[in-house]
Design a protein around this ligand. Sequence first.
Ligand SMILES: Cc1cc2nc3c(=O)[nH]c(=O)nc-3n(C[C@H](O)[C@H](O)[C@H](O)COP(=O)(O)OP(=O)(O)OC[C@H]3O[C@@H](n4cnc5c(N)ncnc54)[C@H](O)[C@@H]3O)c2cc1C
Length: 394
Amino acid sequence: MDLNIAPQDLAFRDEVQKFLVANVSKDIQRAVELTSAFINEPEISIDFHRALHKRGWSVFNWPKEYGGSGWTAVQRYIFDTECARYNAPMYNGAGRVMLAPVLMKFGRQDQKDFYLPRIAAGEDHWAQGYSEPGAGSDLASLKCKAESDGDDYIVNGQKIWTTQAHKSNRIFALVRTSNEGKRQEGITFLLVDLDSPGITIRPIHGNGGDHEFNEVFFDNVRVPKSNRVGEENKGWDCAKYLLEFERGGSLSAGRVRAQFTRLVNKIKTHCPDDPDIIARMAELGTDLDAMEMIDISILSALQSGGNPGPVSSLVKMRWSQVRQQIAELTMDAIGEHALKWVVERPLYETLQLPEEDEDLLTAAPRYLNYRAYTIFGGSTEIQTTILAKSMLGL
Ligand SMILES: Cc1cc2nc3c(=O)[nH]c(=O)nc-3n(C[C@H](O)[C@H](O)[C@H](O)COP(=O)(O)OP(=O)(O)OC[C@H]3O[C@@H](n4cnc5c(N)ncnc54)[C@H](O)[C@@H]3O)c2cc1C
């Protein structure tokens, strides 16, 4: 992998910057800045996604044969960094980053032909139906069941912590189709329309005040068997493959660096002479540099159509910790300003304050929301176990 910035890469950077200036308005930048939840709402990100689609860049992370950009690792890094610096909102990672590789590897041709172009165009917004009450880290204990009825399954059960289900029109779900043998051997991967009769979505509000996730209930929901990805009872293979992309399938470096830059600016304003804060900032900056290098090394595998592999657990775990530390140091750096709290959401629709005051109001909700970084997508304890097993060859 060659990471030197060649003249053609600098030209590419100019092209990306021009594209961002033309397609991300000040209002959208402000909305991204004032989003304290993890993911920008589709209302914020869809126009930028459509602009990317028009330009042939909406699924830049996919292999070229499926419409990917064919960028080199350096170009991909440049694109990601510039988008983060410019506060450009990315649309529905659950579809583009997580589900799409599963469809490419395990899906039938008709499923690829139908769903992939819709993801690329932003016509579908996907939610992830893995977790259940009692089935999170121990995912294989899931109980939501799908029973055969002619050409359909009848699905009954519950999913929980379903991010943006209330904004989505489809969900990919792990369901139990057999209780025989090992628990992992009775799981099937289904694609479900969220407007199917029998589905109820109930909101859960996080401790940061945002409504980002939900409970999803299935009451005799009829799902065509043609919506199954892979074979019946073989969904665990799809599930594990998807998790690699959830944990390591997109670059974090650009976004975290942008977050770090905002922290540095706050330190300059609020506590430029505090030696403890400065020392913690320096340590975080070093962690960020090290993680950035690991991120870049994964790019090569992804660019050639590969999967991230076990290193995705390292990346997921460490980026989560770095993000949490930045949120924590931001709170400490702004001192009593961190106590300000606005209840209403979304903040970008609610606030009418000078820019410098608005900015301070996201610190506490972010700090609280970000506690979940080390839980979702597989907790830090689970990632540590995966890494240990892979390093020890267990
Ligand atoms: C913000 C957020 C968004 C989410 N979005 C989604 C989503 O869109 N779709 C979805 O399906 N799920 C989603 N989740 C759920 C997420 O995947 C689970 O919360 C996660 O897998 C942990 O499961 P749990 O909550 O049941 O905790 P538990 O599994 O009960 O874990 C509780 C604690 O015990 C520890 N623990 C458990 N087992 C072990 C072990 N074997 N060894 C050591 N320690 C262990 C864990 O590390 C954790 O600290 C989301 C969660 C959050 C917080």
